[in-house]
Design a protein around this ligand. Structure first.
Ligand code: F6R
Length: 256
């Protein structure tokens, strides 16, 4: 794991945007895994401003609420179109977001897995982290080998996401999410976290034991993970000085 600590979300996001831009330049038909929520908003803004060529890129989103109409302003379909897709030259057929209104959700989930495989697998997966350590919507005690499936959100996540829906009660309780096993098959994972409310989950994920109680901790077993943090999100890390030292002494040939 490479832990990159920056003073602000802005500078941490700059690094994440450069990593993705480099991938799209080196591999114009890259397969990107995408996340929603507050964390990647700035990342998408920066990527849009970079005027990259997305025409051959394929995307797979991590998750979607079950039962929320696609056109609902808080659906992840709406989020992605508003904040990224409508601003770049992605080909519509190459965009994949779980369908929270599928008639047969288990079948949809296995087809989603098959589509990821058919696309050649995910080159880079963007991740946020929940205050309870979730990645995608793999809540604590999710199987570390899980695949795309239905999950029930924790009360904590409903509380956290109430800010988007106006009340905790309005947050859908059920979601489709890529599994932890699915995320672990991405060739590279890029996790972003900002703010003190993420500090504990980040510290447990990076320095704690690998446990389904903090699903993000499984990333310790992944060979290529970059974690871009602002100072407050890095607040509880025991070895923050070491991570800063490593990054400051990164050899020039190891550019990003
Ligand atoms: C969203 C997702 C979630 C969020 C996490 C953090 O697609 O998969 O894991 O990344 O809930 O959300 P924010 O960024 O809103 O704090």
């Amino acid at each position: 794991m490479e832990i990159i600590i920056q003073p602000t979300p802005e500078s941490a996001t700059d690094i994440a945007a450069r990593i993705i831009a480099r991938l799209l330049r080196e591999k114009p038909d890259a397969v990107l895994g995408l996340a929603t929520g507050s964390t990647p908003l700035l990342l998408y803004k920066k990527l849009i401003a970079m005027n990259l060529d997305w025409s051959r890129v394929t995307t797979f989103n991590l998750d979607e609420y079950i039962g929320l109409p696609r056109e609902h302003p808080q659906s992840y379909h709406s989020f992605m179109w508003e904040n990224l897709f409508q601003h770049v030259n992605l080909t519509k057929e190459n965009i994949h977001i779980p369908d929270g209104n599928a008639n047969d959700i288990p079948r949809f989930c296995s087809e989603y897995e098959a589509q990821i495989k058919a696309a050649g697998g995910i080159d880079l997966q963007v991740l946020g982290i929940g205050t309870d350590g979730h990645i995608g919507f793999n809540e604590p005690t999710s199987s570390l080998a899980s695949r795309t499936r239905i999950k029930t959100l924790t009360r904590q996540t409903c509380k956290d996401n109430a800010r988007f829906f106006g009340s905790e009660e309005a947050v859908p309780k059920h979601v489709i999410t890529m599994g932890i096993g699915t995320i672990m098959e991405a060739r590279q994972n890029l996790l972003l976290a900002f703010g003190t409310n993420k500090a504990q989950a980040v510290a447990e994920a990076v320095e704690g034991p690998i446990t389904s109680i903090n699903p993000a901790s499984i990333l310790q077993m992944h060979p290529v993970v970059k974690v871009c943090l602002d100072d407050p999100a890095a607040n509880d890390l025991q070895r923050a000085d070491y991570y800063r030292w490593v990054y400051a002494n990164k050899p020039a040939w190891q550019t990003l």
